[in-house]
Ligand binder design. Structure first.
Ligand SMILES: Nc1nc2c(ncn2[C@@H]2O[C@H](COP(=O)(O)OP(=O)(O)O)[C@@H](O)[C@H]2O)c(=O)[nH]1
Ligand SMILES: [Mg+2]
Length: 444
């Protein structure tokens, strides 16, 4: 996500941080570089101009020039200004368990509306929240079918009718939602390839009939400034409430995310970060700014982890590690929790200090984890608890069971032993001299 912009800013900041004091010229030079980096990330040029002017003004202020860490201060200012660029206070998307919240998704074809519809419904479905989806993209039969397939996949009802009269479908859907006490109804509307009068009229009519609590404009972030232009036109006609920025996992340069609020004065509410249903995140400007500046996104990582790990279980494991009783079964359990958090490379990118150092095209093969998992699953319980007993013939049996080679099994067992030794050293506080960190397990 925004890796090219992140890399450039990182370079500029490294330069700044290396200096014990800053001259006006240093700051002016850095500002020119920041300006270029933002323009290359396809941020709207007027926004870039204001942004840089503001950062420069604040950086040249006394408190920065005279501070002991002027470089750090400039980074702090850039961080704050980035947040300002994306932040709008006072907006909150709320769904209640005792009434119906109506949401309309609008945007161009291919922007990710239908996908977002399912992601949103699935994100808000809870024990006492009942979502429904309505197929209003009636001109392409495939679009209705797509929503139905997604609906079946996540087990959320989809309302569709055999007509192209969108208003009729919407009216029927509203009645059904009330009758069935739904709490969230999401209208997936038709998009076109370009802005088009007929489409606009249709969504305006739909808005009048549905009276949605929220209209979200869905924008494909990979289209950069085009997304911003289209958003402006939709905004003029519809006055939408917020945005869903999709495909932030792609080769997004950041332009749309950094410009769209300043241009429309509406907040980005959600971001799509992949094709899977679970790839939708609430958007937090401060966290995004941290990610862009390579400070990682610890909070999102913690939230993801909290959803996946069980605190009690974790404590038990930590104790086992301290006592050097960590077994392959525990290890398997850990692997499975990590896997639930998403692809490894995206997890690693959220780790502060690491995000900038990873190559932009880094792809960790999640198969490596799957293979390790398969190997452990082919062991008996006793073997997982006491790997010492795994002799030659057991290795052969395990290899046949999981379809991985004996060499791989040997490697896993050796690495597991190394890992245990390492844990022992951590827990006893006896770190060897020249200690170089954890073994590269299991990411090779
Ligand atoms: N990588 C990625 N792909 C996405 C995301 N959201 C949607 N897509 C893909 O973009 C394409 C168009 O999405 P769709 O929901 O059909 O767009 P619609 O025409 O606006 O309804 C599909 O192939 C989706 O899988 C996202 O956040 N990341
Ligand atoms: Mg669609």
């Amino acid at each position: 996500m925004f890796s090219s912009l992140s890399e450039k800013l990182d370079k500029i900041f490294k330069n700044l941080k290396g200096k014990g004091y800053l001259t006006e010229q240093n700051i002016k030079d850095s500002m020119r570089e920041i300006r270029l980096a933002l323009l290359e990330a396809d941020v709207n040029f007027k926004i870039v101009k204001n942004f840089v002017a503001e950062v420069e003004k604040r950086s040249l202020g006394q408190e920065v020039m005279k501070s002991l860490t002027p470089g750090q201060q400039v980074i702090k200012i850039v961080h704050e200004q980035l947040i300002n660029l994306m932040d709008i206070e006072g907006f909150e998307f709320k769904v209640y368990n005792n009434k119906l919240t109506k949401v309309m998704l609008v945007g161009l074809q291919g922007s990710g509306k239908t996908t977002a519809c399912a992601k949103l419904a699935s994100m808000y479905r809870k024990k006492d929240i009942k979502p429904m989806m309505v197929a209003c993209d009636v001109y392409r039969p495939a679009a209705v079918e797509q929503l139905k397939v997604l609906g079946r996949q996540i087990d959320i009802p989809v309302i569709s009718m055999d007509t192209t009269k969108v208003l009729e479908i919407a009216a029927t859907a509203l009645k059904q939602a009330e009758r069935e006490f739904a709490n969230l109804i999401i209208f997936d509307t038709a998009g076109r390839l370009h802005i088009d009068e007929v489409m606009m009229d249709e969504v305006v009519q739909l808005k009048k009939l549905v009276k949605p609590d929220y209209i979200f404009f869905v924008a494909d972030s990979t289209t950069g400034q085009d997304a911003v232009t289209v958003a402006t036109e939709f905004h003029n006609k519809l006055d939408f409430d917020g945005l869903i920025l999709t495909k932030l996992d792609g080769d997004t340069r950041g332009g749309a995310a950094l410009s769209i609020k300043a241009v429309t004065n509406k907040p980005v509410v959600f971001v799509g970060t992949g094709e899977k249903i679970s790839d939708l995140e609430l958007f937090y400007p401060d966290r995004m700014a941290s990610r862009i500046l390579g400070m990682g996104d610890v909070l999102t990582l913690i939230e993801k982890a909290e959803g996946m790990f069980d605190a009690e279980q974790e404590e038990k494991l930590a104790k086992k590690m301290m006592k050097n009783q960590f077994t392959l079964s525990d290890f398997l359990q850990q692997l499975q929790s990590i896997k639930k958090m998403g692809p490894l490379d995206s997890i690693m990118r959220m780790i502060p200090g690491l995000s900038n150092k990873l190559p932009a095209d880094l792809k960790i093969d999640d198969n490596a984890l799957r293979h390790v998992e398969a190997i452990i699953q082919s062991m008996t319980y006793k073997e997982r608890e006491k790997p010492d007993i795994i002799n030659g013939s057991r290795r052969l049996r395990i290899s046949k069971g999981c379809g991985r080679s004996v060499t791989e099994i040997n490697r896993l067992l050796r690495q597991f032993e190394d890992m245990k030794k390492m844990m022992k050293k951590f827990s006893t506080g006896k770190m060897p001299k020249g200690f170089k960190g954890m073994p590269d397990f299991p990411l090779q």
